[in-house]
Design a protein around this ligand. Structure first.
Ligand code: ZN
Length: 230
């Protein structure tokens, strides 16, 4: 290592070295050898061949502004463990199987969509984690689907109390305010955006993103996630 190399470069280099030296350990079952073993891939791919739309037994309402919402598996067991290992342990080798599952599900059920837009994380979180998991997953999915990825959304802290806002503004204020980057507006205007995220919970984040995209002249907004939490 050269003495002039930055710390982050050093960390990245060390990680690359460990990736070669250390065999992956499946986060779902602890078995050594594969980044996500074939048994733990089953729950991740459980919904791949299901028809589009929201199955019975789950809240059927789409988040405001979202025309189609799809996901790969429930946010439990190995799926949850894999997303946790990606986000909090930086096991980025998981991006491949998780992103490929996204592509597979979307290829099967998409009603439309011509650009993938990752759900953004706060700038502070991005600095701390070093990557936005939604963006990395979108990159793998976009590669598989032949769709461009435009990281056109930004996330800021919500600064205004909810009760002080009208209905539309309230949706925008939920879970942080979302805005479309000025420099990427042209790549989104008039297009059908597909929001990509790791986990969908209440859908408030997706609604906030959809409102911002709509304000920037996006034609329609769909959403695709690895997992859904009831
Ligand atoms: Zn496993």
């Amino acid at each position: 290592m050269e003495p002039s190399a930055s710390t982050s470069h050093h960390d990245a280099t060390m990680r690359a070295v460990f990736d070669v030296v250390l065999p992956p350990v499946c986060p779902g079952c602890g078995r050594e050898g594969e980044v996500l073993c074939s048994s733990c891939l089953v729950p991740l791919r459980r919904r791949v061949n299901e028809p589009p739309g929201i199955p019975l037994g789950l809240p059927g309402d789409l988040p405001t502004g979202i025309v189609q919402l799809e996901w790969c598996g429930a946010f439990t067991g190995p799926v949850r463990a894999a997303l946790h290992a990606l986000k909090y342990e930086g096991e980025r080798r998981l991006e491949a199987p998780l992103g490929q599952a996204l592509a597979e599900r979307w290829r099967r059920v998409a009603a439309g969509g011509d650009v993938l837009v990752p759900v953004p994380i706060h700038a502070a979180k991005l600095r701390e984690r070093g990557f936005n998991q939604a963006h990395s997953l979108a990159r793998v999915a976009g590669h598989g689907l032949g769709l461009p990825v435009v990281g056109g959304l930004e996330r800021r802290e919500a600064t205004v109390a909810q009760h002080a806002l009208g209905r539309g503004a309230r949706a925008r204020n939920v879970g942080g305010a979302f805005a479309v980057r000025r420099d990427l507006r042209d790549q989104l205007r008039g297009r059908w955006a597909v929001l990509v995220d790791d986990v969908v919970t209440t859908g408030a984040t997706l609604a906030g993103c959809a409102a911002a995209l709509e304000g920037a002249g996006v034609l329609a907004v769909s959403a695709l996630a690895v997992a859904r939490e009831r």
